[in-house]
Design a protein around this ligand. Structure first.
Ligand code: NAD
Length: 261
């Protein structure tokens, strides 16, 4: 994909970025010239090697900062430790599926904390940094489940709807400043997590992998194609470009038509 913006001199913090969408977004922002801060709750050699790989590939500064975003104080410390933040991507997220009457309370609390409250804490610390720099982007990776619901995903759907609501509030509180806040709502994205589900789903439904993708996994995605982490990275880069200066307080769906149904 061609570059649509030059982000040299900007620092992007991407939560939950040692895999999947977060890593794809970090790679795309680094490709556009931004210095990047990667994060997850682990602190392994592989985590730090990822940052080094991105720095070497794109000639930017890339750091890995460990923080468990289920804890508000660690979410705040992540931004403080980074020291500067022009672009904040709230991406960390987990999932748990169960009928509401059986839904584990600990799992509910963890999903609300990681998928929603962490974005409140990081944004609260990042906004003053953006104001000081005179420019900023808050981009929350919500979900098609921030706009629609599915059974058995009470915590996830609640958290993602909450993130979409918080995005609008941040946009209004920064409306007169050169700062924007938006949510991206992906449908199914081909990440290692989703890829790993394909053989099991095919086995469970006694189908070929192609059939399982089309009829089960992408049942609600009319394009019958996964979105890719590169497309998510490109959508983030677009919001960071000058074309995004007046786009604020909205959602951008990258869902192959899911929410048009
Ligand atoms: P993933 O599991 O590959 O990535 C999730 C990231 O969050 C990982 O880096 C993980 O380490 C991190 N994380 C989890 N718990 C954390 C914690 N306590 N503290 C810090 N980091 C933590 O999954 P993904 O598919 O890349 O998902 C990324 C985001 O995109 C999530 O918010 C998810 O809800 C959203 N999303 C994904 C899809 C999809 O189809 N993959 C669709 C819609 C929305």
């Amino acid at each position: 994909m061609a570059l649509i913006t030059d982000l040299s001199g900007k620092t992007a913090i991407i939560t939950g970025s040692n895999s999947g969408i977060g890593l794809g977004v970090a790679r795309e922002l680094a490709r556009a010239g931004a210095d990047v801060v990667l994060n997850s709750y682990t602190d392994t050699e592989d985590d730090h090697a990822l940052a080094k790989e991105i720095a070497d590939e794109h000639g930017v500064t890339a750091r890995y900062i460990q923080a468990d975003l289920s804890k508000g104080d660690q979410a705040r410390a992540l931004i403080e430790q980074a020291g500067t933040c022009d672009i904040l991507i709230n991406n960390a997220g987990i999932q748990h599926v169960a009928p509401i009457e059986d839904f584990d309370t600990g799992k509910w609390d963890a999903i609300i904390a990681i998928n929603m409250s962490s974005a409140f804490h990081t944004t609260a610390v990042a906004l003053p940094m953006m104001r000081k720099a005179g420019w900023g982007r808050v981009i929350n990776i919500a979900s098609a489940h921030g706009l629609t619901a599915s059974p058995y995903k009470s915590a996830y759907v609640s958290a993602k709807h909450g993130v979409v609501g918080m995005t609008k509030v941040v946009a209004l509180e920064t409306a007169k400043e050169p700062i924007t806040a938006n949510a991206i709502c992906p449908g199914y994205v081909l990440t290692p997590l989703v890829e790993a589900q394909i053989p099991d789903t095919a086995k469970e439904y006694d189908m070929s992998e192609e059939e399982a993708i089309e009829k089960v996994i992408l049942d609600r995605q009319p394009s019958k194609e996964f979105a890719t982490v590169e497309q998510l990275g490109g959508t983030v880069a677009f919001l960071c470009s000058p074309a995004g200066d007046q786009i604020t307080g909205t959602t951008i769906s990258v869902d192959g038509g899911w929410t048009a149904l």
